[in-house]
Design a protein around this ligand. Sequence first.
Ligand code: BTN
Length: 187
Amino acid sequence: MPGTRNPAPATDLARTVVFAAFIAVLGIFPGFYLGGAAVPIVLQNTGPLLAGSVLGARRGGAAVALFVGLVAIGLPLLSGGRGGIAPFAGPSGGFVLGWIVSAVVVGLIVQRGLPRPGIATLLVANAAGVAVDYLIGIPYWAAFTGDLGAAAVQSLVFVPGDAIKLVAVSLVAVAVHRAVPALAASR
Ligand code: BTN
């Protein structure tokens, strides 16, 4: 964009690391299991949505990939203090991997609303981000149970909470874009 500057690589890296740390902090909130689902309801999935909403596709995706990589090498950053390969070798692993794609999709849609994405753009972006995570997570979950229909039906327990989360993330992201327009301008 004319009149805007890309941040220095160190700033770029710092934002990415800060968001990865933010997603890790969200893991402090314990997940809980509802309706017999083998996948927990968590607050942590708001992190990837916010990363894509605020940092955009490239840096948001990188922040989530960094977080997922740290989990995979054994850091106990998932809710309940879980980490290592085990969480990926179970029903919820696809949702965690899907968070990377989710952040990228959210970022790509939000970038279309630049320089100042409004609430409608952010709501669409975050709804798409949640949907993409379901599209990856549910078949992955079904690969462990052999029943795609049951995984899809059991996933309905996530919908009310995720709807609230995506609205909250969208409102926060609108406020952030208003407060720090340079963030969006520098993607
Ligand atoms: C884990 O901690 O093992 C990952 C949990 C993944 C939970 C998914 S994310 C999308 C959906 N919404 C939720 O609240 N839970 C599931």
